[in-house]
Every structure is written in C-alpha cells, then in structure tokens.
Design a protein around this ligand. Structure first.
Ligand SMILES: CC(C)(COP(=O)(O)OP(=O)(O)OC[C@H]1O[C@@H](n2cnc3c(N)ncnc32)[C@H](O)[C@@H]1OP(=O)(O)O)[C@@H](O)C(=O)NCCC(=O)NCCS
Length: 226
C-alpha cells in the first residue's frame, strides 16, 4: 500500500538517492555522472530546502519510493544552467573522475551545435514546473497519477494557472504518462549537450505544458479519482 503525503525534512536523503538512481529515464545516472552530491544538489536541493511545501512523496510500509518536486513560480528557482555552473565550480566537476568526461563532451557539443541549456518555459500561462521520479518497484500502479493529483491540488490552492516540465524526448514511457495526465508537447525536441543514449546517439529535450483548467487536464489527471 503506497501512501502519498507532503514532504518532510527527514525524507531529504532518500529523495536525493532516488534522483540519482532514477535520473536517466528511470535508471541510474552513475554511468555518466559519478558524483551523487552535485547531481542531487542540482536537481533536488531547491525543492527540498527552499520550497518543501510543493514537494510530495510516495511511501510504502518501509520507505519513500518516489517523489514529485514542484515549484510554483519558476522565476524563484535557480535555472538548471546556474545550478550546474555553481556545482561545476564548487565540486570541480571539470576535473573530477566520474563527471569530467560528461562535462568536456557537453562543451564539445556546445561548440559544434546550438543546444538547449534550460528545461524551462518562460510563459505566464505555465509558471510552475515539476520533476517526478519513482523507484522501479513503485511504477505502473497509479502512484505517479496520485502524486500528480497532489501537485495539481497544490497548484490550485495557490492559484497557479499551469505548469511545464522537461523530459528526454527518448523517454517515450514518461511522455505517454504525461500525455495521459493532460500535458501537451510544447515546441520541438532540442539537442541536449553532453547527453547520449548507451548506443552513443545524441539525446533531446522535449518541453511539455499543462493548463490547469483545460478539458485535457481535467479529463487526463483524473482529479476526482481515488
Ligand atoms: C513516469 C512515471 C512517474 C509514471 O508513474 P507511474 O506510477 O508509473 O504511472 P501510473 O501507474 O500512475 O499511470 C497513470 C496513468 O498513465 C498511464 N500510463 C503510464 N505510463 C504509460 C505509458 N507508457 N503508455 C500509456 N499510458 C501510460 C497509465 O495507464 C495510467 O492510466 P490510468 O490512470 O487511466 O489508469 C514513473 O513510471 C517513473 O518514475 N518513471 C521513471 C522516471 C521518469 O521517467 N520520470 C520522468 C522524468 S521527466
């Protein structure tokens, strides 16, 4: 039995671990980013430390199994680029075993092609954003949908009109899930510097948006379902 509840400070370490263990389309990021501390700081610290009221966790009898990290007003959070730059200096990622290869490849990619550096949508229609990740054992049982319902209730309570997210275009399962929740594609997939599939192929970022009171959102997220 999985419970959905608001985040507590004691969940912080587990949230950081789950981000690291599921950050590559549901799998561990360790093969390309071998520094959990900087990865978790970049992708979870703002939400757990500065806007914990917008974060929800899924918990079974033993442990936290997943989370939804939310931000009501994206302008208040550091952009991914500024969070990465901060960690680049603080953790010396350019020279750290486990991250140097990825960072130098990103610089090489940027020199060769224009790539997307931010997973954000700057549009007042979708000011909020989220990240959602579950451990494998928690997937496919409605837990993602229930986390999304908790987040949508939070958005309603603070009067946000809509939210956006960035997902790897190659993560077709997640895109199908978000579509099912009422999200729509926003723009075309954009190259992401440094990111590769295990085949070596380059990866892309797809932005998606959800207007809170759109028919698709009301139908898709099933806000009235248990
Ligand atoms: C993506 C993720 C959050 C979805 O959560 P989940 O608990 O597995 O999804 P749910 O079981 O709640 O599915 C909710 C609905 O979406 C549908 N859905 C989920 N995945 C789907 C897919 N691949 N194709 C079609 N429909 C899908 C379900 O059928 C379900 O429909 P219903 O509510 O009408 O019964 C979860 O699988 C996950 O953490 N994946 C790995 C990490 C990841 O990729 N995160 C996104 C990064 S941006």
């Amino acid at each position: 039995m999985v419970t959905i509840r608001p985040y507590r400070a004691t969940d912080r370490e587990k949230v950081r671990e789950i981000a690291f263990e599921t950050g590559f389309m549901g799998e561990s990021v360790a093969w390309y980013w071998g520094d959990m501390r900087s990865f978790s700081d970049i992708w979870t610290a703002y939400y757990t430390d500065l806007e914990p009221e917008s974060t929800f966790v899924a918990e079974d009898a033993d442990s936290v199994m997943g989370y939804l990290l939310g931000c009501v007003d994206t302008k208040r959070a550091p952009s991914p680029l500024s969070a990465i730059t901060h960690q680049l200096i603080r953790r010396q990622l350019l020279f750290r075993f486990g991250t140097a290869g990825f960072i130098w490849r990103s610089i090489w990619d940027l020199l060769r092609n224009p790539s997307v550096l931010s997973g954000e949508v700057s549009d007042p229609r979708w000011p909020s954003h989220l990240h959602i990740n579950l451990l494998p054992a928690a997937r496919g049982n409605g837990t993602g949908r229930r986390l999304m319902q908790a987040w949508l209730a939070r958005m309603r309570s603070v009067g946000s009109p809509g939210c956006h997210l960035g997902v790897f275009a190659e993560n077709t399962n997640a895109i199908a899930f978000f579509r099912h929740m009422g999200f729509e594609l926003y723009g075309h997939p954009l190259l992401v510097p440094g990111m590769r599939l295990t085949s070596g192929a380059r990866m892309h970022l797809q932005l998606m948006v959800l207007t809170l009171d759109s028919p698709a959102a009301k139908q898709g997220n099933g806000a009235d379902r248990p």
